[in-house]
Design a protein around this ligand. Sequence first.
Ligand code: OAD
Length: 272
Amino acid sequence: MEPASGLTRGLVERLGKASNLAVLTGAGVSQESGVPTFRGEDGLWRECRAEELATWQAFETDPHLVWSWYDYRRQLVADAEPNPAHRAIADLESAFPEFTLMTQNTDGLHSRAGSRAVVELHGSIWRARCTHEPCVNWRNPCELRESPLREIPPHCPACGALLRPDVVWYGEPIPVKAYERSHVVAMNCDAMLVIGTSAIVHPAASLPLVARHSGALVVEINTTYTPISALVDATLLGRAGDIMPELVARLVDVLGPAERPTVGPARKPTLA
Ligand code: OAD
């Protein structure tokens, strides 16, 4: 009998044949760590929606409000732990000859789970950069780890101007290197897992479609259907924290012990 999630043996075998696996994640992957998603019912903060806070206009109007929201999210994440989905994704990294994790998340939980090379499409809440253009910290973000923040809004240690979170806000382009790298990966991977994203914020949402168009097997893992569900090869409905460990365990069965995913130095096994 096939498992309820739709994770059939045929699908696992097709994934196991990939030599270049890409993974794209969104807020749903951190939901089971207690970090609210953006568009879920728990995404509201002081009656504000993320779309109203994550903009340059909101920051210009009320930097204290915007930084208070980031301070709240940073504290949530600081108290959170990576969940089984983060850990299963980290385990996959060592099991494929080529592997790339691309995330829209800014929380750093993938790295804390052991993922080594993470393409951050939307930046990181653990960095900040100066808003004053000639400042040395304008293009070079600085680490900002303290939580809770001592000063809200925080100021640049170099020039005293306002700092902003080193994240991508609505209406802003994603970092050029992350954009280019993610498109190369989408065009060249032979399988992509799309985990816990509503797939409505571009350009990240177009990556599964680029991969599919380039001939990759694209499998979505989400608690609900999304706008890309009809365009991908399979949607596994359920929680990432349940499906991802199951997927890794089933891949181990298919690949055999030699290709068993391990957390540790990356190996480059040859997959059938
Ligand atoms: P969203 O909040 O838009 O979507 C989260 C998705 O995760 C939804 O499709 C949920 O159904 C799904 N989900 C929730 N819990 C899940 C679970 N336990 N397992 C699997 N799936 C689950 O978050 P994103 O798609 O990441 O951008 O949002 C994209 C971007 O919009 C964010 O990076 C952020 C936001 O505005 C910027 O800040 C630029």
